[in-house]
Design a protein around this ligand. Structure first.
Ligand code: HEM
Length: 495
């Protein structure tokens, strides 16, 4: 412990007896004993406490390398751009390897191959497909689920955004179009619908990773998770087999086509994908493309419901751009500036991936600034763990004025590009960024143009202040991504 502290020249930060991961990860924060799990949720507070934008963490049991949490934009950029010097600690991504190796949980040549195979699926033709499929899914929701009723009530906005994101990734990624009213019962040969399967898998990933297979038989919940993982494998095999056996090779611009092509022949000199790699990557795209977007959209609805003036401003901007109220098309993308501001501000305040782990592959050092504005050199021994603390960066007052305020218009001004990394950055940045942005822009525009929404009035909360309501509605837990707890909303048709 003393040696580790010495190796980082006692750089300010947390000193504890027990490691915050592994065996002791369930412990709360106890000063000097354990860090607890909440430092990521604390946003900028730890940096304020230690007066510097890089904070260290050293613990005695088990003895390991030091760790830095980082909220300095320049240092984060340096790390994200030097992939070889600061790679991903892929052992932390083991929980994403259930079905096989994949693009998120890999490094070096393996990663390069998966990226090369997948990237062609995220170009212009797919962008348009994402747009059109999202329009289709939202129209289906309004016409066939909400049936154009004057008022619609939801106990949790995630019940809208989770299926929405699933249907869009299903259709635009894998050619699997599902209607909101389809699949009320499992299709022949399955125990669960595709929607329920992915829902249970998304929520159960951490549980599945934590428990050995035999323990999954223990309770109703763990059995459901086990069945859902088996079902997902069946569904993925169905997708592969039906696309492989279709007589007419469809000329589709989706992800499944790219992955299948790469599993059938050499791709640009890279070896073809094995079946396990194929499954691993399909799984990762379903997960990556589903929960992140769904949670973001849920937070966006929560914020717009709380800040009615912002919702009205957004409505006004949309009606100015589309006075006849028509649905925006892909060619209208440049008219959606304010929707983009709302989306960015949501991602700033609630980045689904609040922590991006890396480590130092060799000895190096960072230069940061302390609260007094002085330069501080931070030693980084090889093996040091690094947390790119996205939510701290996004609330760092050095870059963002009034970071706790919801102010989408800040993105109309000259904003600090390097201090905004919801999709990570550099070569390992999110491959689905445009996919997620387009889907979000379509959904938010169509919704706000047709419906006004408020937080559902409930008698037990009749006397709460705005601050209390904000706290209740914006409450989140930390799963694989930041998860909104409960966002009850009432939607009223505008005409
Ligand atoms: C709001 C929505 C989304 C957010 C905030 C987001 C965020 C991120 C972040 C932070 C990473 C880096 C993770 C890491 O280094 O461990 C990442 C990687 C990735 N994302 Fe997303 N993502 C979103 C949506 C999507 C969608 C819709 C897809 C696919 C359809 C997708 C596919 C991927 C892939 C394949 C990677 C791995 C890239 C690589 O390692 O080369 N994401 N995403």
């Amino acid at each position: 412990f003393q040696n580790t502290v010495k190796s980082i020249q006692n750089h300010p930060g947390f000193r504890n007896v027990l490691s915050p991961s592994g065996l002791f990860s369930f412990l709360p924060r106890i000063r000097g004993i354990s860090l607890g799990r909440s430092i990521i949720a604390d946003r900028y507070a730890p940096y304020e406490q230690f007066g510097v934008d890089i904070v260290s963490s050293v613990f005695a049991i088990p003895t390991t390398k030091p760790h830095y949490f980082i909220a300095d934009a320049t240092v984060i950029k340096e790390i994200m751009t030097a992939r070889i010097k600061f790679p991903k600690p892929i052992s932390l991504y083991k929980l994403l390897l259930f079905f096989g190796p994949n693009i998120v949980a890999s490094e070096r040549d393996e990663w390069k191959r998966y990226r090369k195979v997948s990237a062609p699926a995220f170009t212009e033709p797919n962008n348009k497909l994402v747009w059109d499929e999202t329009v289709h899914v939202v129209k289906d929701l309004f016409d066939n689920v909400w049936e154009n009723r004057k008022e619609v009530i939801y106990e949790h906005a995630l019940d809208i955004t989770m299926p929405l994101a699933l249907f869009v990734i299903g259709a635009a990624g894998f050619g699997r179009r599902i209607g909101w009213n389809d699949e009320m019962v499992a299709p022949p040969g399955h125990k669960l619908t595709f929607k329920d399967t992915l829902d249970i898998v998304s929520r159960g990933v951490l549980l599945k990773a934590a428990l050995p297979t035999w323990a999954l038989y223990a309770t109703k919940r763990t059995r459901a998770v086990k069945i859902a993982f088996e079902e997902l494998e069946l569904y993925m095999m169905d997708m592969i087999n039906s696309r492989r056996s279709s007589e007419k090779k469809e000329d589709r611009d989706d992800l499944l086509t790219s992955l299948l092509d790469a599993s059938e022949g050499d791709f640009d000199g890279f070896a073809k994908l094995t079946d396990r790699e194929l499954l691993g990557n399909i799984f990762i795209f379903l997960i990556a493309g589903h929960e992140t977007t769904a949670h973001t959209l849920c937070f966006a609805l929560a914020l717009l419901a709380l800040y009615q003036d912002e919702q009205e401003r957004l409505y006004g901007e949309l009606m100015k751009a589309f006075p006849d109220g028509r649905t925006p098309t892909y060619e209208d993308i440049n008219k959606l500036t304010y929707v983009e501001c709302v989306l960015n501000e949501t991602l700033r305040m609630f980045p689904p991936a609040s922590n991006i782990p890396k480590f130092a592959a060799e000895d190096s050092s960072f230069v940061t600034t302390n609260a007094a504005g002085e330069k501080v050199v931070v030693p980084v021994p090889a093996g040091t763990g690094l947390s790119l603390h996205v939510s701290a960066l996004h609330y760092n007052p050095r870059y963002w004025s009034e970071p706790y305020a919801f102010k989408p218009a800040r993105f109309l001004e000259d904003w600090p590009r390097d201090a905004f990394i919801p999709f990570s950055g550099g070569v390992r940045s999110c491959l689905g960024r445009r996919f997620a942005e387009l889907e979000s822009l379509v959904f938010l525009s169509m919704l706000v143009m047709q419906y006004k929404f408020i937080v559902k009035p409930e008698p037990q909360f009749a006397n709460e202040t705005f601050e209390q309501r904000k706290e209740r509605i914006l409450k989140f837990t930390q799963g694989i991504t930041l998860t909104p707890v409960r966002v009850p909303l009432v939607f009223t048709r505008r005409d």
